[in-house]
Design a protein around this ligand. Structure first.
Ligand code: HEM
Length: 511
């Protein structure tokens, strides 16, 4: 069955055999066009709708990604136009049907797509970027203890300490505004939350707060963020070899001038090993693997460096942007803010001074509802979760998908599908409460993904988000800043879903 032209076939054939004779070019072109027409009109995926042109080419993602960070929008539009299963390129199909997403991610647990290789820094595989199932299984087992519920509860005190630093920072902004007569104070919550999340992951991952909230200028977060932007650009230009090579060269040049992330982390690991002192952080769990019985279970120093970098990336803007988006919704819906406050005030009466404990917060239905509803409308993985068919594959009992096709699970389009979610675009935390008239369809909700590659940091993220959001809402009155509300019209997805200006200011005062 002709569905895909063998990769590089025409070029190799021409270069090695016939040196561009016009007859050969004509035959090759004819074959290319015929094979694509077969795919559009007769092949097994011909029943999948999409833009006609997308059947012909595997256009590099950068084509969809202009203006930069807007590719996700293109896919949403395709789903709105053509339905839950659409062709988005000659090698990729986007899927927004809840049963099919579950089949791909969970039931059949398809391997990650080849695009994830762009996140393998200097060829190093990590828990997130590997596409090798065996490697992943071992790595996940070895790293899992660092994310167990029991271990996380030991990390709560570090998180709470960073929440206090954030609150102190906001209080001092309020005090300065009072002294200057410029009340109410304005703080950039988007930036502050990003800084807090970096400090949290710094202390919990390797016992080093970057002190970003206090205005610290630690070079590590910037170096990692630069690396990440480059990887995103590399992923977008995959398929354009010349441009990818230029980017790689530029990356190498930039890196030679940059802060050396590996050196910095190796130093921390070596100092830890030399001191012989144990600490209560994720790094310790990774170092402990070096004494594992099985060779495959041992992480060497370079593996530990790469996994720690991954946690810094995966564990910072994911949580901070989600809390940030929750705050944007609370400002837009004052009644939701009022109900959330009421729930918190009932738990911690304002005349009794008590520290917030995650053990109490985790059972608050409305707090959980606000965060769930935020992740429904603003999922971190807005652009889709990509898997690859290892062999010919039957999707949803009706679509015959050839081997090596990319299947992108469009979790956002699924999470706003009116068939699953009444009034899908409205922010209604009530749908998550028991006995709601418009109950949430939890089978159509994938913010942390499902299956073997689901988010290992889910419990960590929930703890951090509850502690930060609850404390902010409980302690401060908030009001909108008009320019920031306008900024919400320009959202982008580079790696995580974010506000393009990377800023969201809020007026704050002490409650
Ligand atoms: C609101 C917060 C978060 C959300 C919505 C989220 C979402 C996700 C999603 C959707 C995936 C699957 C990605 C894919 O298949 O491409 C994922 C994987 C992952 N996440 Fe998270 N994440 C969050 C926070 C965190 C945190 C705090 C950490 C670590 C401290 C973390 C670490 C990871 C790792 C290591 C993976 C790869 C797991 C594997 O492949 O086995 N995440 N996350």
């Amino acid at each position: 069955m002709v569905d895909r032209l063998p990769e590089g076939f025409i070029r190799t054939f021409l270069e090695e055999n016939v040196k561009y004779s016009p007859a050969v070019i004509a035959v090759a072109t004819g074959y290319f066009v015929a094979s694509r027409l077969y795919r559009v009109y007769l092949g097994p995926t011909s029943v999948i709708p999409g833009n006609f042109i997308d059947n012909f080419f595997n256009l590099p993602l950068i084509y969809y990604n202009l203006p930069l960070g807007k590719r996700y929008k293109n896919f949403i539009d395709l789903h709105q136009k053509y339905g839950p299963v659409v062709r988005v390129s000659s090698q990729a199909i986007s899927v927004a049907d809840k049963h099919m997403i579950k089949q791909i991610l969970h039931d059949d647990d398809l391997p990650k797509g080849r695009n994830y290789k762009a996140f393998q820094f200097e060829g190093h595989q990590t828990l997130f970027s590997t596409i090798d199932k065996d490697f992943h299984k071992t790595r996940r087992r070895v790293v899992s203890p660092a994310f167990s519920v029991k271990y996380l509860s030991a990390l709560e005190m570090y998180m709470s300490a960073e929440v206090d630093v954030l609150n102190d920072h906001i209080r001092s902004a309020i005090k300065s505004a009072k002294q200057l007569g410029t009340e109410p104070a304005e703080v950039d919550m988007w930036q502050l939350l990003q800084r807090t999340a970096l400090d949290v992951i710094g202390t919990t991952a390797f016992d080093q707060s970057f002190e970003m909230v206090k205005g610290g200028q630690h070079p590590l977060p910037k170096a990692i963020s630069d690396d990440l932007s480059m990887s995103a650009l590399r992923a977008s230009t995959a398929g354009l070899p010349i441009i990818s090579n230029i980017i790689d060269l530029y990356l190498k040049y930039q890196k030679s001038k940059q802060f050396d992330i590996s050196k910095f982390m190796i130093k921390i690991i070596e100092e830890r090993l030399k001191s012989g002192k144990r600490k209560n952080d994720i790094l310790q769990i990774l170092i402990d693997t070096q004494k594992a019985e099985l060779k495959n279970d041992r992480l060497d120093n370079q593996d530990i460096v790469q996994e720690n970098i991954l946690f810094l990336i995966a564990g910072s803007e994911t949580t901070s942007n989600t809390i940030g988006f929750a705050i944007t919704h609370l400002i837009e819906y004052p009644e939701v803010l009022r109900l959330l406050r009421e729930e918190l005030d009932d738990l911690y009466p304002r005349d009794v001074k008590a520290d917030m404990k995650h053990e109490d917060l985790k059972n608050l239905p409305y707090l959980n509802a606000v965060l769930n509803e935020t992740m429904r409308l603003k999922p971190v993985a807005m652009g889709g979760l990509v898997r690859e068919t290892p062999s010919n594959y039957l999707l949803g009992g009706k679509y015959h998908i050839p081997k090596n096709m990319l299947l992108s699970c469009a979790i956002y389009s699924c999470q706003v599908n009116p068939e699953y979610w009444p009034e899908p675009m409205a922010f209604k935390p009530e749908r998550w409460l028991e006995d709601s008239d418009i109950p949430a369809d939890k089978d159509a909700f994938f913010p942390f993904s499902v299956g073997s590659r689901n988010c290992i940091g889910k419990n960590f993220a929930w703890m951090e988000m509850r502690l930060i959001l609850a404390s902010f809402v409980y302690n401060f009155d908030i009001a909108p800043v008009p320019e920031s509300i306008e900024g919400l019209n320009d959202l982008r997805q580079f790696v995580t879903y974010t506000i393009a200006s990377n800023s969201y200011k809020v007026k704050v005062s002490e409650r």
